[in-house]
Write a protein that binds this ligand. Structure first.
Ligand SMILES: *Cc1c(COP(=O)(O)O)cnc(C)c1O
Length: 380
């Protein structure tokens, strides 16, 4: 008799939550003749703008496309510098490179993991044309301090709120703090459109410029073969917009699912010395995008990832710093030691499974696996 090990059930790291309403609205689009730039796109734009407390919402094909439009609409180009963070997804820095400007990376602060306002201030030069901070994992970065710095320096803020739809600070929605805010709707975000994003702003001129550049540089009335400036095809299609409308209508249900998982993690993991759970910034209401725990020095993170995998639990380093990406090291000569806080935080961070659909049994499996694995390391 061979001894066949019972397969371990796999817990998903992230999962979209698609229900009958999504299917119904997408089917409505498919049965119509409007597969692009139709009524769902307008409804989705209005709904996201309202959620962010802004006058304008412009739907785009990805968060990255939205960041690119923001940089371009602000007239940032060759010779200009934009202050931003190495503790992010690579798009928040790449969007500056798209326009031939220089992303000036500065270190983060240890608590909420956004741009350190003092480091940003020290990096201001006469070439600075903007600050592009990131709201990390759904938590705000130090927005009031950064807004006051930007004000003093006379430069705009592009708020990368791609991970922060539905979060707020002192009652003001994230995405609503910069001159332009950007959201993203990839399948692991709080709501999804498949691929997709949205730029939001209160500024009529910036909104007009981004609307035009999203749509091949057409003018406001969208005349088909009249192009008034260099533009792109960054439009969101109507099926994706319908998906977004359905997800927004279900937002409180999706958030309730995530809150249930949060409460369970807090109950099961809150008392352990070897990890730090994510905490909302004081004054913030946070709808988390991912659940990233921070491990004490004594825990070997990379070994832990292997131990968890053997128990059906995926874990991922989050983020992997931008300045240590091969492309950035080669292009700018960055290396280990350049941003010590970012590197220390990144080395001890672990994203564990998180979604509105995680069952109580799956949460138990994750917590049991973590506690056992850390115990095996002798670190528990
Ligand atoms: C998701 C995300 C983006 C945009 O991602 P897309 O895949 O282009 O939609 C940008 N910045 C951050 C910090 C993100 O997490």
């Amino acid at each position: 008799m061979t001894n066949v090990a019972r397969p371990v059930a796999q817990v998903p790291l992230a999962q979209p939550n698609i229900g009958p309403l999504e299917v119904e609205l997408v089917n409505q689009v498919l049965a119509s003749d409007s597969l692009a730039m139709g009524p769902f796109t307008e409804e989705f734009e209005a709904a996201v703008a309202e959620l962010a407390g802004r006058r304008h919402g412009i739907a785009v094909s990805s968060g990255t496309a939205g960041l690119h439009l923001a940089v371009r609409a602000l007239g940032i180009g060759p010779g200009d510098e934009v202050i931003t963070t190495p503790f992010s997804f690579v798009a928040s820095s790449n969007c500056v490179l798209f326009e031939g400007a220089r992303p000036v990376l500065v270190d983060i602060e240890d608590e909420y993991l956004g741009v350190d306002p003092a480091a940003a201030e020290a990096a201001i030069t006469e070439r600075t044309r903007g600050i592009l901070p990131v709201d990390v994992f759904g938590n705000p970065c130090r927005l009031p301090e950064l807004a006051s710095l930007a004000d003093r320096a006379g430069v705009p803020i592009i708020e990368d709120s791609c991970e922060a739809l539905g979060s707020s600070l002192h009652g003001r929605p994230l995405g609503g703090w910069g001159d332009i805010g950007v959201f993203a709707f990839y399948p692991n975000k709080q709501i999804t459109t498949g691929e997709g994003g949205m730029v939001v702003t209160d500024d009529d001129d910036l909104a007009g410029a981004m609307r035009s550049m999203r749509n091949q540089g057409r003018d406001e009335d969208g005349t088909w073969l009249r192009h008034v400036q260099l533009g792109f095809n960054y439009r969101l299609d109507e099926m994706s917009a319908a998906l977004g409308v359905a997800q927004l209508r279900r937002r409180s249900e999706l958030k309730a699912g995530r809150d249930r998982v949060l409460a369970a993690y807090r109950r099961r993991l809150g008392e352990h010395e070897w990890l730090r759970l994510p905490e909302p910034m004081r004054g913030a209401e946070v709808d988390w995008f991912v659940y990233v725990i921070r491990l004490a020095e004594g825990v070997n993170r990379d070994r832990l990832i292997d131990q968890l995998a053997g128990r059906g639990v995926p874990g991922r380093p989050y983020f992997s710093p931008i300045h240590l990406q091969p492309f950035y090291r080669e292009r700018f000569g960055y290396g280990p030691g350049d941003f010590p806080v970012t590197e220390r935080v990144a080395a001890g961070s672990l994203a564990i499974p998180f979604s509105s659909r995680l069952t109580d049994e799956q949460v138990d499996q994750v917590c049991d696996a973590l506690v056992e694995a850390v115990g095996e390391q002798g670190a528990g």
